[in-house]
Design a protein around this ligand. Structure first.
Ligand code: PSU
Ligand code: MN
Length: 299
């Protein structure tokens, strides 16, 4: 098989030690260099500090790799948007052509699950885009969550997406959206939104118990845990919403569509907010790595 698992993770799988998967599109397409590199390494450290093994995932020279080396992370960080953005659809192409690719939430979920990893920390997931009724732009992250046994810990969805439609779609796809210590769906840069999560749980133990119950029953598919950005790092709602609106209108003028939209918007919002959105983004990812480690340990 075209899946390479590093020795440390192999041993952890054998001895039932907790592992937390990490995606790589957030490195190449989600943040600029060198912050992306520093953040990726810091995420791994937080996971280790919380007694778990990190597994950053990407495709390296056509090999699906579970547990990147520091050099491999650096390579993707420097390639930036020149790296291929790989969703599950793209895995066969990138592997058979022996290319390098950074995996999104969908591809990372799939590969983590194939390797036997159940917990995955990221920043934000893709969702149903605004205007999706016209463009049909719905991230494959959502369908992947519907069929793959994985728990994704994120900070909710950004309002570059339509949060209401995203929740409706996840309901149709039978994906439970858990709020960690919150009833309100977090909106990535801000800790609340006008939408409600499906269920609130207040401890990693309760979340682990829900996961075990789901999978023991043979219910296929993932669970989305939304973890609000800590208050001290959250952005002002008006400031971020204005930046998002401006970025979207700029994107429409430039006719940017498809899988280029999310990376464009993230970079543009960072530019408009003078780097403040990136700072929040980094903090919320750290917060998710910590919660993911706690859930993995309980599981
Ligand atoms: N949201 C972020 N940062 C990211 C992404 C989303 O705040 O880096 C990336 C993730 O890898 C996610 C992908 O899986 O974008 C979704 O892309 P699309 O909307 O094209 O499905
Ligand atoms: Mn899309």
């Amino acid at each position: 098989m075209n899946i390479k698992i590093n020795d440390e993770i192999k041993l952890a799988l054998k001895t039932n030690k907790p592992i937390v998967a990490l995606e790589s599109t957030i490195i190449s397409h989600g943040m600029p260099y060198p912050e992306n590199y520093e953040t990726a390494l810091a995420c791994e450290k937080i996971i280790r500090d919380n007694n778990c093994i990190p597994a950053t995932i990407a495709i390296i020279d056509g090999v699906c790799t579970i547990g990147l080396t520091k050099d491999e992370i650096e390579k993707l960080a420097k390639l930036g948007t020149k790296a291929l953005k790989v969703s599950t659809r793209d895995i066969p192409y990138v592997v058979s052509k022996k290319l390098n690719g950074a995996t999104t939430v969908s591809a990372t979920s799939k590969l983590a699950s194939l390797a036997g990893i159940k917990i995955f920390a990221t920043g934000g997931i893709g969702g149903v885009h605004r205007e999706a009724t016209k463009t049909f732009d719905i991230s494959s992250d959502l369908d992947e969550l519907s069929e793959t046994n994985i728990c994704v810990i994120c900070a909710g969805a950004k309002s570059i997406l339509d949060l209401g439609l995203t929740m409706e779609y996840l309901e149709t796809k039978r994906v439970d959206v858990i709020g960690y210590k919150t009833e309100s769906l977090p909106a990535f840069f801000t800790n609340t939104s006008k939408y409600k999560v499906n269920h609130r749980l207040d401890t990693p133990k309760e979340i682990a118990s829900l996961l075990k119950t789901k999978w023991d029953l043979g219910l296929k598919g993932g669970v989305l845990v939304t973890n609000p950005i800590p208050k001290e790092f959250a952005m002002d709602e008006d400031v971020i919403n204005k930046a998002i609106d401006e970025a979207i209108s700029e994107m429409n003028k430039l006719n940017i569509t498809g899988n280029k939209t999310t990376p464009y918007l993230l970079a543009k919002i960072n530019e408009i907010t003078g780097g403040n959105s990136l700072k929040s983004n980094i903090k919320l990812v750290y917060n998710n790595c910590k919660l993911a480690s706690q859930i993995a340990s309980e599981l």
